[in-house]
Ligand binder design. Sequence first.
Ligand SMILES: [Zn+2]
Ligand SMILES: [Zn+2]
Length: 189
Amino acid sequence: MTDERHTLDDEIVARARIHAREVVAESDLAVDRDALEWTVSGRARRRAGACRWDADREVATIVLARRAYERYAWSEFAGIVRHELVHAWEFQRFGDSGHGPRFREAAARLDAPRHCRAFAEPRYVLRCLESDCDWTADRHRASRPVKTPARYRCGDCGGRYEVEHAASGRTWTTASGYGGAKAALGEEW
Ligand SMILES: [Zn+2]
Ligand SMILES: [Zn+2]
């Protein structure tokens, strides 16, 4: 992991904690912030946030997706933080959590979205092939950099990159590679 990503993860946790402190202070939802931990996932592709419960330690851990932070405006991301805070409160208070009436009522008090935000997995991921570069970019459409990667370069270092079809994991670096992957996948494309 690069220092840049460490810094970004620290920023995400710092902003989420401040937001949590504010909304808990404003509402009367008794979230125990001493029994609450935060972490950032760099791999989560589908879920913007999650809340895990360690019943032995009685500690709730809110997991926030780095991709969601990068993709959403803060106001939307803050809603994800509040949604997960409600899960944390349910775990701390009742030992379980879901999206039932109890959750909905508490979510309304925090003005949190009722549904876990799922974010669209990109169809394609561009990834730099240089060993000292960890540039990636998401693409939802088969744009030219997806179809003819050899004609383009990494957005950070100018090196070559590969394209991955996210659902299948197939990769290519050339236009013919793209054609071959597409033909091989057929219906699943
Ligand atoms: Zn949820
Ligand atoms: Zn690069």
